[in-house]
Design a protein around this ligand. Structure first.
Ligand code: NI
Length: 139
């Protein structure tokens, strides 16, 4: 069984490699490379795989899941300029892929229990593009 909870945050970023010129960065990242940055409304969907507890009927306490998403993702990233305020994006280019990888990293340490595990992180950067990271299972 797969269970998914969504969270949203808004953050600014710029995608550029400082050792490259503005022209080279534009060639790689287009308008995303603008030095002053720009914002996105991100939506993250976090999917757990597990079986419902025979007594409670819950795979995981969803109040607890909501609190973990708030603490690990929304509070540290919402209304931040990722490159300057949220490590590792001072060193790692905050593309959708890398932001998704960081979210996976932050959650995989917390979201595992006897009856469930983290199965997928899906990160939307706006309505049209998303990245999936899975644990080898396709929910
Ligand atoms: Ni962008």
């Amino acid at each position: 069984m797969f269970i998914t909870r969504k969270a949203e945050f808004s953050a600014s970023h710029t995608c550029r490699i400082e050792s490259l010129s503005d022209a080279q960065n534009f060639h790689l990242y287009g308008e995303e490379s603008n030095r002053s940055g720009h914002g996105h409304n991100y939506t993250v969907e976090v999917t757990l795989e597990g079986e419902p507890d025979p007594i409670t009927g819950m795979v995981m306490d969803l109040k607890e899941l909501k609190e973990i998403l708030e603490r690990e993702i929304v509070e540290p990233m919402d209304h931040r300029f990722l490159n300057f305020e949220v490590p590792p994006f001072d060193k790692v280019v905050p593309t959708t892929a890398n932001v998704a990888a960081e979210i996976w990293k932050r959650l995989s340490g917390t979201l595992h229990g006897e009856s469930y595990r983290l199965a997928r992180v899906r990160l939307f950067e706006g309505p049209d593009t998303y990245v999936d990271i899975t644990n080898g299972v396709r929910p």
